[in-house]
Design a protein around this ligand. Structure first.
Ligand code: THU
Length: 155
């Protein structure tokens, strides 16, 4: 992976993601979170994705008066990656972070729709989020969405 030097690996022996990469993803996700349009829920979400090509793209949630039209941060980040790198883009890592409008951190894991969309653009992908106890979780998308629906290799 271009993002890391030849001496660095994405995951260390304890199963933790490279710290510099984690910091960069967190910085980009937080920058995006502060641009979130979360007028209705008050939950500002930011997501940053690392592509196999070594680029980081971020996105925030964008809500709407017609509530179901709301778009999640993760899907906006993935869409930005596709628009930048093209349809062959592969997502290696997704980090998601959220805050209430008062700035207090809000644990969030990617919703089902976002898991399905991440699956579409990944062979193997690590998802980083905070669980309900505020603990950081790094887990593969296959574990978050086992037996995902796919038309790939079928059409
Ligand atoms: N949201 C995300 O951005 N990502 C998720 O994975 C779950 C939920 C947003 C949608 C909505 O704007 C707010 O969080 C509350 O549901």
């Amino acid at each position: 992976m271009d993002y890391l030097t030849s001496e660095e690996s994405l995951i260390n022996s304890e199963g933790m993601i490279n710290e510099r990469l984690r910091e960069d993803l967190l910085t980009e996700a937080k920058k995006s979170l502060h641009k979130a349009y979360a007028t209705y829920s008050g939950i500002l979400v930011g997501a940053a994705v690392l592509t196999k090509a070594g680029n980081i793209f971020a996105g925030c949630n964008v809500e709407n008066s017609s509530y179901p039209l709301t778009m999640c941060a993760e899907r906006n980040a993935v869409a930005t990656a596709v628009a930048a790198e093209g349809r062959e883009v592969k997502i290696s890592v997704v980090l998601v972070v959220a805050e209430q409008s008062d700035g207090i951190s809000f644990p969030i894991s990617p919703c089902g729709a976002c898991r399905q969309v991440i699956t579409e653009f990944s062979d193997d992908c690590i998802i980083i989020y905070q669980n309900e106890d505020g603990r950081e979780i790094s887990i593969s998308i296959d574990k978050l969405l086992p037996d995902a629906f796919s038309l790939k290799n079928k059409v």
